[in-house]
Write a protein that binds this ligand. Structure first.
Ligand code: FAD
Length: 429
């Protein structure tokens, strides 16, 4: 029986292994780190839940919800109903559902032009929520019309500094000057779809479901995908026993684009496409205090331009003493090289300017996502077509990951499903 070799045990790699298993195809997953889950990893240590990245999902995601059912995971926590956003030095509450239809307090802060632009933008995303994705042609219209300039160039300054920055930071860990309107359109479309939850007990329950009965080799980094005469022939893998070559004729890469492009030589146009996909680094601090940090109805804050904090939230609605500080955006990138202690101190100081932390820190863990969050590229539909054209001519290779079908967990699963189908067809030939 043939084996498919999968690179990376994040949600895309584990998803690919799971979708292959459903086709009766066995796989082996190589994971460079000592744990599964990648940028959506989670663990419980001494009673504290650490979720280092992706955790929230929508009730409308078909693949994610089907797998939850398959793994018998039925207990979910509702997401925060609102954000508080620092606008003109004030904490302004934005109810998520009202934000999408326009909110009076927000309108006052944004002024007439900013308010009308936000209403149009959100109205469009909401109206076309089901058609806005990377497989449907509609997003191309948005790209043609808007992606010639970054988000910051299209909207009123008040809107750029407030809600547009919030979307850019959450979606891409980036400033509105660094991302393009199609990306934010996708984000707000996703926001409009269904209700949002997190798995009770942690996202690691989902990964464990995917990993069950799979062959996963932790601590094994793939250095190279070997290709001869247009066909995959092997992998060079670096593990505890040093570097070795493994025969392989079917491979799924499930690592981010910036890793993938170092594993092989792509045709020039595909290489350029891959190079244009941007990732912005960030750090996530999971911290627990001995008393609530979030209070007075605040459970999620978006910080202002220039702050080292992008977004912070209570881990769960009922866990106001547990905080996820996200250091993201341009100012954060200047401090990410500092020690864990320094980052925690910076985060606490910045947070306390808005809401003083009165409790004692019990535990904290800093996770640096140096690769970062994928912020795609302008005109991504064309970029993706050029990349896939380059990959398509390599027999036995498929790609999955956050840079293909949307960088939500559902998007990663979607790409994993497509990759497993491509490899399934190849093996059946
Ligand atoms: C702070 C943060 C918050 C987020 N919040 C959400 C959210 O609430 N909801 C949501 O849907 N999404 C969210 N996301 C996005 C989501 O977490 C990611 O898109 C998703 O986890 C990416 O999965 P992946 O499998 O494509 O990549 P990864 O998770 O990066 O997995 C790739 C794996 O490959 C391994 N690897 C890398 N190089 C090699 C190599 N050479 N050989 C072998 N293994 C290798 C890595 O160690 C990693 O385990 C968030 C992301 C971040 C960072």
């Amino acid at each position: 029986m043939k084996t498919v070799h999968i690179i990376g045990a994040g949600i895309a790699g584990l998803g690919a292994a799971h979708f292959l298993a459903a086709q009766g195809i066995q796989s082996v997953v190589y994971e460079a780190s000592d744990h599964i889950g990648g940028r959506a990893a989670g663990s419980i240590e001494e009673g504290t839940l650490f979720e280092v990245g992706g955790k929230n999902f929508s009730s409308q995601w078909p693949r994610f919800n089907a797998l939850l059912k398959e793994f018998n995971i039925h207990e979910h926590d509702a997401q925060h109903p609102d954000f508080h956003i620092v606008l003109k030095d004030q904490l302004v509450k934005l109810d998520k559902s009202r934000t999408l239809s326009g909110d009076l307090r927000l309108a006052m802060q944004l002024g007439l032009r900013g308010s009308l632009q936000l209403k149009d933008f959100l109205g469009y995303s909401r109206k076309h929520a089901d058609e806005l994705n990377y497989t449907n042609g509609l997003i191309q219209q948005v790209e043609h019309k808007w992606d010639h300039k970054p988000v910051s160039a299209h909207f009123a300054p008040s809107l750029v500094a407030g809600p547009m920055r919030m979307f850019s930071i959450i979606m891409g860990a980036a400033e509105p000057e660094e991302v393009y309107p199609s990306l934010l359109t996708l984000f707000t479309a996703g926001f409009a779809k269904g209700q949002h939850f997190a798995i009770q007990g942690g996202i690691q329950r989902f990964h464990q479901g995917l990993a069950n009965n799979k062959n996963i080799r932790l601590g094994e980094r793939v250095e190279r995908i070997q290709i001869e005469q247009g066909k995959v022939t092997g992998l060079v893998v670096n593990g505890a026993d040093g570097e070795k070559r493994i025969d392989a004729d079917a491979v799924i890469s499930a690592v981010p684009a910036h890793v993938f492009k170092r594993l092989l030589v792509l045709p020039e146009q595909a290489q350029a496409a891959c190079d244009s996909i941007r990732y912005f680094p960030l750090a996530m601090i999971n911290a627990r205090y001995d008393r609530p940090v979030f209070r007075d109805g605040v459970n999620s804050i978006m910080f202002e331009p220039g702050s080292v904090l992008g977004h912070c939230s209570a881990n769960r609605l009922y866990q106001p003493e547990q905080v996820r500080f996200t250091l993201s955006g341009a100012a954060a990138r200047k401090v990410l090289h500092q020690s864990d202690e320094a980052l925690i101190a910076l985060a606490e100081a910045e947070f306390s300017r808005r809401m003083p932390i009165t409790g004692q820190l019990v535990t904290a863990r800093v996770t640096r996502h140096i690769g970062g969050i994928c912020a795609y590229a302008p005109n991504f539909t064309r970029v993706k077509a050029e990349l896939l054209a380059g990959v398509d001519h390599i027999a036995g290779l498929a790609i999955a990951g956050d840079y293909l079908e949307g960088h939500t967990m559902e998007g990663c699963l979607h790409s994993a499903e497509l990759a497993s189908q491509r490899i399934g067809r190849y093996l059946a030939m």
